[in-house]
Design a protein around this ligand. Sequence first.
Ligand SMILES: C[S@@+](CC[C@H](N)C(=O)[O-])C[C@H]1O[C@@H](n2cnc3c(N)ncnc32)[C@H](O)[C@@H]1O
Length: 161
Amino acid sequence: MSRLDLFINRMVSQRACLNHAAALTADLQGPVFELGLGNGRTYHHMCQIMPSRDIWVFERAIASHPDSTPPDERVMLGDVFETLPEAANRFPEGASLIHADLGGHNAQKNDEFARRVSPLIEPLLASGGLMVSSDRMYFDGLAEIDLPPDAVPGRCFIYQR
Ligand SMILES: C[S@@+](CC[C@H](N)C(=O)[O-])C[C@H]1O[C@@H](n2cnc3c(N)ncnc32)[C@H](O)[C@@H]1O
């Protein structure tokens, strides 16, 4: 499989899983978290499919497309190893949906990062909430659920509390 194939599969799967998770959590209270803004493509999509929900962005340096830049008051700026613990105090009700796309091009590094960040993400999810990730996560108390039919297995993961 070429790098182009992998990239396309990741994009298609992100969109499919975000659409699926947004629909399944539509009736839940609690904010939505976007971990890793990057160019802002997934953030822009999340704003479009969840216009009435509060979306908070976690990013160490904002460098997104102008059309996909969150308002300052909805950004938790800094390293997620510092901002995720802060979010646990700030949002005691927990997030209804968390999307994480924090990785780079090195699969082994992404996996090591996922193992370290999983324990910080797990307590932030509200009961019934969903966590969508581009990398396999390592949770003790969340269950991995089936992907929607239009997602590519292994390119995206969904977990539920
Ligand atoms: C692959 S990009 C996200 C792409 C985004 N989903 C999009 O559609 O444009 C990953 C982002 O995660 C951010 N990131 C990676 N590690 C981080 C960390 N430890 N704390 C905060 N942000 C981090 C990077 O700065 C980068 O902007």
